[in-house]
Design a protein around this ligand. Structure first.
Ligand SMILES: Nc1ncnc2c1ncn2[C@@H]1O[C@H](COP(=O)(O)OP(=O)(O)OP(=O)(O)O)[C@@H](O)[C@H]1O
Ligand SMILES: [Mg+2]
Length: 366
């Protein structure tokens, strides 16, 4: 292939385009359509370091009670019949692991209460104001780390939940380290963006009514259902959704958004008379094309007459999507439990050792 030819599905994106999609850059234009949110910008450098450090350390706050930092009490759920027996093992393990612990103590972990107390208090006051929030950085929400919270969602009601979910997420790390990768003007990708933390007031969303709208050169080229499950009531509503989408894109978004290509995430709750804007994403490969492919979206001809397709999961095409979203970035329930309870970590490690021993035995006997 010569330099004159672009690969079929090239989707060039500039740093400016990515920056336009940073939450604080578009939110002021569309406040009336977006659920309540508080923007904290810039965030302290120490907080960025805290997110980037290995492991998770929660604040050592005194006089506040938290599900996450309170003492572990024996109860029905975590009491084991072999409790006493294990205590001896634990002591032995302690001696074994003293080297590790020494190493750890040489690099003290950052502590929100000590290293960024004002920011920490700001988080608490927003939580107090909103009751429950869901966080995101400039572009990404920690959808891959819901496993770390007991309700298995991004709903945070106390400050420790914010620290846990943000720390555990690879999507958050993406924003911190790779936001400008793949930009066509990528020479200056090393220049860091100004990071922001968004705390969105929590409201219960019906995922069936979330859609992703692809707009290329000021024209809608396709709309996809966002949650890829089959919902029988969507199909008859197609025209209603399209009318709302056309009006919203033409009259509200295009006049204000600085780019002519972008991808909207919208929510259309009952009674289907208003659109909520959840997010604006770059028209770029890093944005999931869901039920389309980027090839398809890029090759849609600009033609006023041509109507776009609202693509829904139909009864007979569920196969491709039958897996849980973000599951490739999640971990098993055992590990979740273990992360919250040191006793379970020990149990998990024991089970793991047993399994390995069994595997060794099988291999040697063959
Ligand atoms: N205020 C809110 N309350 C409850 N849930 C919300 C709220 N805002 C967003 N969500 C849920 O969180 C999901 C992810 O949010 P968002 O689209 O901002 O994340 P993202 O990281 O930009 O995702 P993507 O990588 O797909 O662009 C939404 O699909 C929606 O279901
Ligand atoms: Mg997004």
């Amino acid at each position: 292939m010569t330099e004159n030819f672009k690969s079929f599905s090239d989707v060039p994106v500039t740093r400016r385009q990515i920056e336009n999609c940073s939450f604080s850059n578009w939110y002021p234009f569309f406040k009336d359509y977006t659920p309540k949110a508080e923007i904290i910008k810039p965030i302290p450098e120490k907080f960025v370091q805290y997110l980037e450090q290995d492991g998770i350390s929660l604040p050592t706050e005194q006089h506040t009670s938290s599900f996450y930092t309170g003492p572990i009490e024996k109860n029905e759920e975590n009491e084991y019949s072999d409790w006493e027996e294990d205590e001896e093992d634990l002591n032995v393990q302690d001696e074994d692991s003293s080297d590790e612990e020494d190493k750890e103590s040489q690099t003290p972990k950052l502590d929100p209460v000590i290293d960024f107390p004002e920011f920490h208090n700001r988080l608490k006051s927003v939580l107090e104001k909103f009751g429950a929030v869901t966080p995101k950085l400039n572009w990404s929400a920690p959808q891959d780390a819901t496993w770390i919270l007991p309700n298995n969602s991004m709903k945070c009601t106390e400050v420790n939940e914010l620290y846990l979910i943000l720390n555990a997420s690879n999507y958050i790390m993406h924003d911190l380290q790779y936001a400008f990768d793949d930009c066509s003007d990528s020479n200056d990708t090393k220049e860091k963006p100004t990071y922001e933390l968004i705390l969105r007031k929590w409201f219960d969303i019906n995922p069936a009514l979330e859609f992703r709208v692809f707009v290329k050169e000021n024209q809608v080229v396709g709309v996809s259902q966002r949650d890829l499950n089959y919902y029988d009531y969507l199909k008859p509503l197609g025209d209603t959704f399209k009318d709302l989408i056309d009006e919203f894109v033409e009259d509200t978004v295009i006049p204000k958004f600085p780019d002519d290509s972008f991808v909207l995430d919208i929510y259309i709750p009952r009674p289907f008379d208003k659109i909520f804007l959840i997010d604006i994403n770059p028209f770029a490969k890093k944005t999931d094309p869901l039920m389309f492919s980027w090839n398809e979206l890029m090759t849609k001809e600009k033609n006023e007459e041509d109507d776009y397709e609202l693509r829904l999961v139909l009864k007979n095409n569920t196969g491709r999507f039958a897996c849980k979203e973000h599951s490739e970035n999640q971990v098993p329930d055992d590990v979740v439990q273990a992360s919250l309870d040191p006793n379970s970590i020990r149990e998990l490690a024991e089970k793991w050792k047993e399994l390995l021993a069994m595997q060794d035995k099988e291999e040697t006997s063959h």
